[in-house]
Write a protein that binds this ligand. Structure first.
Ligand code: HEC
Ligand code: HEC
Length: 457
């Protein structure tokens, strides 16, 4: 090669290099000028568009309203819990114009009700610390209800009388961090209250005749059924099909699931009844007995849902409607609640890392529990045969399937066991089931690693 051609080649290389850098800069600047970059730059300078501002303001408003609804809204369900069942009288007790012994704070805590520390005034906290508050007196419970400090219980107290009481979503789907004492602490919205004995609370109501009429049984039977549920459980399908017990004689109730970490998840409830907002409308109308509108003609199936069909639960219209207007923000708030990360030191990180590899490989878990949502993007439902369990609960739902449970925050609800009815007491038991059913031949060490991974989610 001649000297001049070498020179030309060198120049060409330089030009190529300059062009390459220029191209790179263009790509780089192009990326920087995309919507996200512009947005982050403009926000600080107050340059966002009017439409963006409206969206941001709407998101803020929905979070605030949704939180309020989730925690405090009864949707007018006092008509059921107070006027019909007279639960207020059982809470107050005979000494305060009600019936029976009443519900003291000690009793309330024993049936899993939780007290919001942040709703208590400082002097009361000081008295509690000094042990100068009578936790065996129902009057104290009334004082707490008046302060709006009992999670999920909304009451009107005038003088020494509990005039009315209603329940909110927070009753079952919130707990506290026990920072003051067991059952007393800061609110944790979305956590499943696995201490709560809903059945024991319902059984206290002086008048269960409306429920007995609905189910076509005696009040004693209603009480026996409610008491059979146990802590952390409720039977949302009982009022539809009247089935209180499974063929094996055990209670038909299911565990209360968390109401956090649900964004990105298509179908909800153990058996995939519908979206979050479908189920919110369902629960507010048919379980809490609030006053609203609910439409789901699948409930007109008289063979599957005899009670729902006979009572027109597939098409409920109340006037006034105290539910529908609250659904958008309630939906938004629940989707915003993240699954809480596990506290440091509660799992073995090295084992969890090995467990992740198994989860996504040999153990075949991620075929259904797709990270990071841990359920299938799409129609996240499986037949009982696909997961190797009986079909009793699946058959009590429209699609007769089980929904792939999202696994984030599993560590928060280990009490009561796993799967819809808590049939597996521990995560190890769940893995043993899959190992046998799928024939994956995991070693003991591999099973331990998988457990550590599940605890880390
Ligand atoms: C009496 C206890 C109780 C109350 C009150 C209650 N829930 Fe539930 N919730 C349950 C149970 C039990 C299930 C599971 C039902 C099933 O699978 O059949 C459930 C399921 C859910 C789910 C599905 C979670 C998932 O894993 O997909 C959401 C969301 C939910 N509830 C939100 C609410 C909201 C919002 C309210 C208030 C309008 C509410 N719940 C009131 C007990 C309750
Ligand atoms: C064929 C799909 C499928 C596969 C594969 C699968 N799961 Fe599941 N998983 C489900 C379904 C469906 C449920 C809900 C069962 C129910 O509601 O009773 C579930 C529930 C669970 C639960 C209980 C969650 C809770 O809140 O109680 C855990 C834990 C779990 N799976 C872990 C795993 C692990 C670990 C693997 C791999 C060894 C795995 N799963 C493989 C579909 C699957």
């Amino acid at each position: 090669m001649s000297g001049s051609s070498k020179l030309i080649e060198g120049r060409l290389k330089k030009i190529a290099l300059v062009l390459f850098i220029a191209a790179g800069m263009t790509v780089f600047l192009g990326t920087r000028s995309d919507a996200k970059w512009a947005d982050s730059q403009n926000r600080g300078k107050g340059k966002i568009t009017e439409a963006e501002r409206q969206t941001d303001a709407n998101a803020d408003r929905m979070l605030t309203e949704g939180k309020q609804t989730f925690r405090f809204d009864t949707f007018g369900d006092e008509a059921f819990w107070t006027d019909a069942l007279q639960l207020n009288r059982a809470i107050a007790g005979a000494n305060l114009g009600g019936v029976g012994p009443g519900v003291s704070p000690a009793t309330a805590l024993a049936v899993g009700l939780k007290v919001d520390l942040d709703a208590l005034p400082q002097p009361l906290i000081a008295q509690l610390k000094q042990g100068r508050v009578d936790l065996n007196d129902p009057a104290t419970t009334l004082a707490l209800i008046k302060l709006n400090a009992v999670l999920g219980v909304k009451g009107t107290v005038s003088g020494n009388t509990l005039q009315s009481v209603g329940i909110t979503c927070a009753l079952c789907h919130s707990t506290v961090d026990d920072s003051f004492a067991p059952g007393i602490g800061h609110r944790l919205d979305g956590w499943a209250n696995r201490d709560l004995n809903v059945g024991a609370i319902i059984a206290l109501a002086p008048n269960l005749q409306p429920v007995a009429d609905l189910l076509g049984v005696s009040q004693d039977t209603v009480r026996a059924v409610a008491r059979s549920w146990g802590p952390g459980k409720f039977d949302a399908e009982l009022f539809l099909d009247g089935k209180a017990f499974r063929p094996d004689g055990k209670s038909a109730a299911t565990l209360i699931p968390p109401a956090f970490g649900l964004s990105g998840v298509n179908l909800h409830t153990w058996t995939g009844w519908g979206s979050v907002t479908h189920w919110n409308a369902f629960v507010a109308n048919l379980e809490m007995h609030g006053q609203g509108t609910f439409y789901d003609p699948r409930l007109n199936d008289a063979a599957k849902f005899p009670i729902a069909a006979a009572n027109g639960f597939g098409n409920v219209r109340s006037n006034p409607d105290l539910i529908t207007a609250k659904l958008p923000a309630l939906h938004f708030y629940q989707l915003a609640i993240p699954a809480p990360p596990p506290p440091p030191g509660t799992f073995d990180a090295a084992a969890a890392a090995r467990g992740a590899t198994l989860f996504n490989g040999t153990a075949k878990c991620s075929t259904c529990h797709v990270p990071p949502i841990f359920t299938e993007p799409g129609w996240n439902m499986h037949t009982p045969a696909e997961i190797g369990i009986d079909d009793f609960q699946a058959k009590r739902s429209p699609d007769e399937r089980y929904r792939t449970a999202p696994l984030k925050g599993l560590w928060t609800h280990q009490k009561g066991g796993f799967y819809h009815d808590g049939r597996f007491a521990t995560l190890r038991d769940v893995i043993e089931h899959y190992n046998t059913f799928f024939g994956t031949n995991l070693s003991d060490a591999q099973k331990t690693d998988l457990v550590e991974y599940l605890k880390s989610l």
